[in-house]
Write a new protein. Structure first.
Length: 317
């Protein structure tokens, strides 16, 4: 198959390109920069075909994708700076990227008849309650500009296309770019104590594992909405390792990767209100129900604890 991948300078796009090229697919990557500007790790994405593209430029999007004529587009590019998105002077740009840019891509996909896989977020929901969000739930109540504009992107895809996958993810970490693990390990090396919220509940997503699933999906026609994060740790696995079973908090997550990394920094649990540094409202319930993956015949992602171990070996932090 021939793929067009947006956002290859980011965590997920980097791994998606490497995964599809590893399988023998043809891939063209894109991002806002004129040339590939992700991590120079020598992997396939660093030398793969690349097109600098501003997805808010409707005519250029149409021209570029029409000329490439992919079988599928995996749309990883997005404005993801959640707090900065709340600034009055940024809202228009955030909407232009997450909603308008996605609409531009969806319209070209419709015109040339190719599949589109759009990455979304649990932030399209209000994050209340304790029940995991189902992928086909339409009770949208985003709490912030980022969530609202990602929802607008979802709707642009679902209202324009029939051949689409909308995949919601959460708490993303990967080799290429900044993430919570890198930030907190760096902090743990220079501080005796760190404060981490313990009332936001969900599960993390390792981009290396997610990339495999996304390419799996595009090789099928099992279209629709899906949720995909790394799996929860079972009670038996948790008892053997000492980490927490089931859905976890950011505090639980930090404690585990500190343990695996060998950091003895004290981790103090605090509420979101006590932490108090965010401009944007954050959901407390980021639990995503992933059962639809196995029902559709897709292999679920490994446990988040396993993913952390593999990531720490690869990242060399």
């Amino acid at each position: 198959m021939k793929f067009f991948v947006t956002g290859v300078n980011g965590q997920l796009g980097h791994d998606v390109m490497n995964e599809l090229l590893k399988r023998g697919h043809e891939g063209v990557g894109s991002d806002l920069a004129a040339a590939y500007a992700g991590v120079a790790d020598g992997s396939a994405v660093t030398t793969a075909p690349y097109v600098g593209l501003d997805i808010t430029d409707k005519e250029t999007v149409r021209k570029v994708i029409t000329e490439i004529r992919p079988d599928a587009v995996i749309h990883c590019a997005a404005w993801t700076a959640v707090d900065m998105a709340e600034d009055d002077d940024k809202v228009g740009l955030v909407r232009a990227v997450n909603a308008g840019g996605t609409r531009n891509i969806a319209e070209v996909c419709k015109a040339i008849g190719c599949k589109l896989l759009y990455l979304s977020t649990d932030y399209v929901f209000d994050g209340q309650g304790t029940e995991p969000w189902k992928p086909d739930c339409k009770d949208y109540k985003p709490l912030n500009v980022y969530g609202q504009t990602k929802l607008e992107g979802e709707l642009a895809v679902s209202r324009t296309l029939e051949k689409y996958f909308i995949v919601r993810i959460a708490w993303v970490f990967g080799l290429n770019g900044k993430n919570f693990i890198k930030t907190m390990i760096n902090a743990g090396k220079t501080h005796e104590e760190v404060r981490v919220v313990n009332d936001q509940i969900g599960t993390p997503t390792y981009t290396y594992d997610l990339a495999r699933l996304l390419v799996d999906m595009c090789e099928t026609e099992k279209y629709g909405y899906y949720h995909a994060t790394n799996a929860e740790v079972s009670e038996q696995e948790a008892a053997a390792s000492g980490c927490k079973a089931g859905y976890i908090s950011w505090y639980d997550f930090c404690c585990e990767f500190y343990r695996q990394y060998g950091l003895n920094t004290k981790v103090t649990p605090v509420t979101t209100e006590e932490y108090g540094l965010s401009k944007a409202a954050r959901p407390v319930n980021s639990r995503l129900d992933k059962s639809k993956l196995t029902e559709a015949g897709f292999a679920p992602l490994p446990t988040w604890q396993d993913a952390v171990g593999r990531y720490l070996k690869e990242a060399e932090l």
